[in-house]
Design a protein around this ligand. Structure first.
Ligand code: FAD
Length: 538
């Protein structure tokens, strides 16, 4: 299969002196979407990511694909309409990764939101969202009512939104689509500086963090899609700015086991201080978040403070007083920094969640654009908007949703085909279908090649070694962390331990040619990365 060749970082082609029409810096959901849009329009495109695709804010979000009910409170009708259109498109095109979900808005008598205002807002939200996404409403409503504090008088309102449990996988698919359209993509490659000459951004100086090599690359257009790192990149490029573009706001989550009787719906409620928070079934666990804390430190090192963890726990306990949960029950916590537009005079909750594109021509760096803000949900429309700035007109085709029945029966047939092609159990075939969608047969063909490819990555998961091999061959995974945290994100599961890391690494090594030394180094680096991202509360 030539796998060893793909694993050897020194084989990565030198980029010195190459010229691209578009260089996109930052491989989060926005950067990948922009690279895909430009490549599809036939522009020579290079995507550069200092760590791994989706390793930044994108994998540290609450993972909801939503129209933004909350934005209606601030009059953001246009933003809600755009988000709902994108939600619909994601549900239709990536139905294996983006699923409709029932949300229950639970407000007690002390809420500052009146029932009438909420009903009106929800009516408008449903009208704007169009046809129902088809979630079952009543059972979950009753289940939640039984769990809530009987001493407080709650009103419960039901509405529909969607969840993308693994935006890491969505990014991996978009990356494959971008590369198939002709884009070149490099992770573990950091842009040290944007070069500016005669009032124009002309290229970038980059360092391949694996080989240590440095290159100069020329570009007609440079897109700074580095999310919360956007100002840092400008500073290291000596660009003059009157004010920062980003006002970073940290959001933290805690991940707990699902307790008996927990609703299958997401609960949207008010925290102990009246701020909105979510309690969401996620990855067979419960995800509770988030917070809003101004954060100007390195976004790669964002982590929840002890106060934020207490705040989220207290809010959960206040909502479900009969459920006994404490710090020791937390599987792990994680945090990300929202790259919100800099707005020093506003509270974090009041800052607009609408993205904007900053043209650096005003600071003497024409042909460079910074992407500020945005959401997972609207990455597609943001990419089209950004491409339009470069003179690229892309289509935003509207999509019709297939009926539930046809999707279900298609899925069953698809699973049978994957299972047959890869000599895989139905469980493994389903796991592959859920994470790899249309690329599942390519994974199944790898699984068929040798028995070792059909082994589970660890005993607790249905996911198999062939998915890791596919990540290395086709999805630009380089390190064990790229594989187990983002392409085949089994390490986000509830029972993942260091033993699982060692076992998975040994199984991947057996098919990929990693020697003993490389495997040991990979496991060590992976455990450091996992502990830095998925933190156990102290
Ligand atoms: C707590 C929280 C909860 C959220 N919840 C939701 C939600 O439920 N739904 C929703 O739609 N949105 C949500 N969002 C928003 C959403 O996650 C972000 O808007 C989105 O992920 C931003 O993507 P991005 O590509 O702009 O940034 P990022 O994902 O941060 O990507 C930027 C990338 O640039 C790279 N980079 C930085 N500097 C360099 C350099 N010099 N060279 C090369 N690469 C570099 C970084 O490594 C990083 O990978 C949430 C955000 C947070 C923080």
């Amino acid at each position: 299969m030539g796998m060893e060749q793909h694993l050897n970082p020194n084989q990565r082609r030198a980029l010195e002196g190459e010229r691209f029409h578009v260089v996109v810096i930052g491989g989060g959901i926005n950067g990948v979407a922009i690279a895909r849009e430009c490549a599809r329009a036939g522009r020579r495109t290079l995507l550069l990511e200092q760590h791994d695709f989706a390793a930044g804010t994108t994998s540290r979000s609450t993972r909801i694909i939503h129209g933004g009910l909350r934005y209606l409170e601030h009059g953001g009708i246009g933003q809600v309409r755009e988000s709902l259109r994108e939600r619909r498109s994601l549900l239709a095109r990536y139905s294996h990764l983006v699923n409709p979900m029932q949300f229950l808005l639970a407000l007690d008598g002390k809420s500052r939101r009146s029932a009438l205002a909420v009903r009106t807002g929800l009516w408008l939200y449903r009208r704007m969202g169009g046809a129902s996404l088809g979630v079952d409403r009543r059972t979950e409503h009753d289940k939640l009512e039984r769990l809530l504090d009987a001493g407080r008088h709650f009103s419960i309102f039901s509405f529909e939104d969607a969840q993308c449990e693994f935006p890491e996988r969505l990014v991996a698919e978009w990356l494959v689509e971008a590369v198939a359209a002709g884009a070149e993509a490099r992770n573990h490659t950091q842009v040290k500086q944007v070069e500016i000459r005669n009032g124009r951004a002309t290229g970038v100086r980059v360092r391949d963090l694996i080989s240590g090599k440095e290159w100069r690359i020329e570009a007609t257009w440079i897109i700074n899609a580095t999310g919360p790192w956007a100002d840092g990149l400008c500073q290291s490029s000596d660009m003059r700015h009157a004010a920062p573009m980003v006002g970073g706001v940290r959001g933290s989550h805690i991940v707990l086991p699902r307790f008996a009787g927990a609703p299958d719906a997401a609960v949207y409620t008010e925290a102990v201080d009246g701020r909105p928070i979510f309690v969401i079934p996620w990855n067979e666990q419960l995800l509770v978040g988030t917070t809003e804390v101004p954060d100007r430190d390195d976004p790669g090192k964002a982590m929840p403070s002890s106060d934020e963890i207490d705040y989220l726990l207290r809010s959960l306990q206040q909502l479900f007083p009969r459920v006994k949960v404490g710090r020791n029950d937390i599987h792990y916590t994680f945090a990300g920094v929202r790259p919100l537009p800099f707005a020093p005079n506003k509270t974090p909750g009041a800052v607009s969640r609408k993205h904007y594109l900053h043209d650096h021509a005003v600071e003497g760096a024409a042909q460079m654009i910074s992407v500020i803000g945005g959401k997972l949900t609207t990455a597609g429309s943001l990419a089209r908007e950004c491409a339009a700035k470069l003179g690229i007109q892309s289509s935003s085709a509207t999509v019709a949703l297939a009926s539930e029945d046809s999707v279900d029966s298609l899925l069953e047939r698809w699973i049978t085909e994957i299972s047959g092609t890869g000599s895989l159990s139905p469980g493994a075939a389903r796991a592959i279908a859920e994470w790899h969608g249309k690329d599942s047969l390519a994974v199944a063909r790898i699984a068929r090649s040798v028995a070792e490819m059909r082994y589970r990555l660890c005993p607790h998961t249905e996911h198999v070694v062939a998915e890791a091999a596919y990540a290395l061959l086709a999805e630009h995974a380089v390190t064990l962390g790229d594989i187990l945290l983002r392409r085949v994100p089994v390490a986000l599961g509830s029972c993942w331990s260091e033993d699982c890391s060692r076992e998975a690494a040994a199984r991947i090594a057996a098919v990929s040619g990693w020697d003993h030394q490389r495997t040991r180094v990979e496991v060590e680096a992976f455990e450091i990365e996992r502990a830095g991202f998925l933190r156990k509360p102290g």
